[in-house]
Write a protein that binds this ligand. Sequence first.
Ligand code: DQA
Length: 146
Amino acid sequence: PTLFVLNGPNLNLLGTREPEVYGRETLADIEARLRDHAERIGFDLDCRQSNHEGELVDWIQEAGKSAGIIFNPGAYTHTSVALRDAIAAIAAPVIEVHLSNVHAREDFRRHSYISPVARGVIAGLGSKGYELALDALAGLATSGFQ
Ligand code: DQA
């Protein structure tokens, strides 16, 4: 089975972007670790990043029948009805992941258009959040784990 890892705008800059907020690992580092982890538990990972809202919509539709999507929508979390509607339209479970604790930052980061249509939300645990999301989706796919 295939799981998707979709990252939104500016997450291509991880490693150098506000490292005190987002850490020093690059997106390539995180994806490599996730791929190893996925292989160990018997899943294929399709990892993608885009700075473009419409491209993310296309990818969510493409991943609609997969075993699940780990999704960090970046700033589109707080702005995008289009991404929310894309998620509402598909069968695959989506776990929303944020590196930072969006509730401990500016007020505008506290509202997510995505959370109401996500299967679960992980925020504030750094890159570990992606791994936890991977385990959760793998559990859902294999045993219907709640
Ligand atoms: C983020 C949090 C968002 O508010 C921000 O716009 C990002 C990254 C996170 O991973 O903590 O780009 O999604």
